[in-house]
Design a protein around this ligand. Structure first.
Ligand code: PRX
Length: 659
């Protein structure tokens, strides 16, 4: 970490906002003062952006920390706020979604059409016996029906659990079981890398293991052959035949909206629970503030998948609650060619683009001449999310995509925070390449040392959030204790020192520079960030040891120029396993595929090292720090606590001989 810190402190470039953008910005510098003067009043004002059926009686109830209640007593319907009210205000003909399929087919969906689809889907869900509080799993490609399904659940008060379409049978089944879901909404498949990629067979296998599922609703996207079971219903034979009339009923501000699973430091993923009023308030406010959204003229495009929190907050709830016009793209950035993104920006005149550092670095690798061939003059604000963006990638984004004109907003947040927490404001902040800068108005972020003491400017430590915020997670589904242990027990009152207040531990390392700007330094726990996705070392280790040839495994995230971190596994084969020559190579391939099959392709290790031993402390704890040194080709750090220091020589020797 010290090397990173030293590099970052030498970064002196700074980019003030363009004058015109600053003058016309939705949010100006006074927002910080306003929020600092009265944080709760500030958030109450932002909640007024929404249409409430019944106004709240109390802004925040923090009498039972860390269990927060926001806008207590208030009632609203999320789908009404995202769809109906725009139609009622005469904006029914405005385009909500410009959808671009990977093969080049397109759909244009206005807010009036979206209202019809969401109402029909809500009626169908009700017909299938889904009511308020029931859980619905959504396992979909990036097609408009994915957003419709989420909004239909929200409309009837059902809690959705979207599972990323790239996840395996096991991952889907675990999530269905944990939430006790009654329905799965899926598709036959979606297009990826130029061909149909099936989803239904994964659902069939997962449903076979999940007795709670009563029905499966299937959208026909690719037309590929699908097996059919007694639980299956076609979307076009149900939803598309249903009545388009549906009156949205209001729900309590704290009604559960969705569960989204994220990797933890132990094997089982954590079901992060978000609720209604506070979540929509903060996603709506931040989408407006951070992107400076002008709903009448902007075309917004977030390249995330709906299976991640970015897709929830900044494809569905934030943009639609603001009445935005947005692009939604089904496929991969290199199909049919590596210019696909820039072709889309040019075609739809995208003005606000939100993407991830891993994609920016990939585009950098592909070459400057690819974006140079396109008219990108429509772009006004560029966003980044998911992992730290290194200054080189930031500068490349600014120069080659923003053409040195557009501000970059590097937005730090998490599945748990629900919405952006630390980010520049495009009309206010003079940005520094690689820094997420400062907490948004109404948010208190800090960097603290081991003792929860705020570090001075120039210092590094742990990123924490000091005050509750509207879109904060409310708990881990079914596991309040784990919620407290994971996020609230490291520092402050949750750790037992009652005078310190409750302090949220984000699990990220960070530094404050001399001006107090925040630089994120990656995870400090056992979670790896691979292409911006959270994957826990324990999950991959469990997948490896479930293979019959593996005795023991240790996994680390190694710095990778494209994906941020890459998964590197050290595996001790069982005694009877032949690892010589071709057999060893084959085992390596089998193990990588085994992990991909168990957890999904994104968890496939970049590299597996077959080793005779793992470095352990005298108490038997694996010293991942040393393995990380090996994986990153560094000289070894302190090995004095190793039980047997010769182990590292064995491993390093093994490294040189294994690919
Ligand atoms: O380590 C931080 C990193 O992503 C983690 C959260 O991952 P997830 O819950 O999957 O949500 C990703 C999308 C919001 C954080 O703990 N992270 C996210 N954004 C940034 C970031 N790290 C540095 N800079 C960012 N802008």
């Amino acid at each position: 970490m010290s090397e990173t810190l030293a590099n970052l402190s030498s970064e002196t470039r700074q980019f003030p906002p363009p004058e015109q953008l600053a003058a016309d910005a939705n949010v100006k510098a006074d927002a910080y003062d306003e929020a600092a003067a009265d944080r709760l009043a500030f958030w109450a004002k932002q909640a007024e952006r929404l249409t409430w059926a019944k106004k709240w009686e109390q802004i925040l109830d923090w009498s039972n920390p860390p269990f927060a209640k926001w806008f207590v007593g208030g009632e609203l319907n999320i789908a009404y706020n995202c769809v109906d009210r725009h139609v009622e205000a005469g904006r029914g003909d405005k385009v909500a979604i410009h959808w671009e399929g990977e093969p080049g087919d397109t759909r244009t969906i206005t807010y009036a059409e979206l209202l019809k689809l969401v109402s029909q889907a809500a009626n169908t869900l009700t017909d299938l016996g889904i009511g308020a509080g029931d859980r619905v799993a959504i396992y979909m490609p990036m097609i408009p029906e994915a957003a419709v399904a989420m909004l239909a659940c929200a409309r009837i008060g059902a809690t959705h659990s979207v599972v990323f379409g790239g996840f395996s049978v096991d991952a889907l089944a675990t999530r269905i079981k944990d939430a006790d879901a009654k329905l799965v909404i899926t598709a036959d498949g979606g297009y990826r890398r130029g061909k149909p990629s099936a989803l239904k067979p994964t659902v069939d296998e997962a449903v076979a293991q999940s007795p709670s599922i009563e029905n499966v609703l299937v959208v026909r996207r690719t037309g590929q052959e699908v097996a059919w079971t007694g639980k299956d219903k076609w979307w076009h034979e149900t939803v598309e035949q249903a009545s388009p009339e549906h009156k949205a009923q209001a729900f309590d501000s704290e009604h559960p909206l969705f569960i989204l699973y994220t990797s933890g430091t132990t094997g089982k993923p954590k079901g992060i629970l978000h609720t209604t009023g506070g979540y929509l308030t903060q996603t709506s406010y931040t989408h407006n503030a951070v992107f400076d959204l002008k709903p009448e003229t902007d075309v917004y495009w977030c390249t995330a998948d709906i299976g991640w929190v970015t897709g929830h907050s900044y494809i569905v709830y934030g943009p639609l609650s603001n009445g935005a016009t947005q692009v939604m793209y089904e496929g991969t950035p290199d199909t049919p060619g590596r210019d696909r993104f820039w072709q889309i920006v040019d075609k739809y005149k995208v003005s606000l683009l939100y993407t991830a550092p891993t994609l920016i670095r990939t585009m950098m690798k592909w070459g400057d001449d690819i974006p140079a061939g396109y008219d990108l003059s429509s772009l006004r604000v560029l966003g980044s999310v998911g992992e730290p963006i290194n200054p080189e990638a930031w500068m490349w984004y600014r120069e080659n995509i923003g053409r040195n004109r557009t501000p970059i907003v590097d937005t730090w947040w998490q599945t748990e925070t629900g919405a952006v927490m630390i980010s520049p404001l495009p009309g206010v902040t003079a940005t520094k390449p690689g820094s997420a800068m400062t907490a948004l108005p109404g948010i208190t972020a800090d960097v603290v040392d081991d003792q929860a003491q705020s570090v001075p400017n120039g210092g590094g430590g742990f990123l924490v959030l000091r005050d509750p915020w509207p879109s904060m997670l409310r708990t881990i589904w079914g596991d309040d204790k784990r919620f407290i242990d994971t996020y609230w027990s490291r520092f402050g009152a949750g750790a037992g020192s009652s005078d310190e207040g409750w302090i949220y531990f984000a699990g990220d390392g960070a530094k404050k520079d001399d001006d107090g700007a925040i630089w994120l330094l990656g995870r400090v726990d056992d979670v790896m960030l691979v292409s911006g996705h959270n994957i826990s070392t324990t999950e991959v280790e469990s997948a490896l040891v479930s293979h019959p040839s593996v005795a023991e495994a240790a996994v680390v995230g190694a710095t990778d120029p494209t994906t941020g971190q890459a998964i590197v596994a050290f595996v001790i084969p069982r005694g009877n396993v032949d690892t010589s020559g071709d057999a060893g190579e084959q085992l390596n391939v089998d193990l990588r595929n085994h992990v991909a099959k168990t957890l999904g392709p994104i968890a496939k290790p970049r590299q597996i090292m077959l080793v005779p031993e793992l470095p352990k402390t005298r108490s038997g704890k694996i010293m991942r720090r040393l393995l990380k040194d090996v994986a990153e080709h560094r000289s070894l750090g302190d090995v004095t606590t190793l039980q047997d220091s010769a182990v590292m020589d064995l491993i390093s020797a093994g490294m040189k001989t294994t690919k």
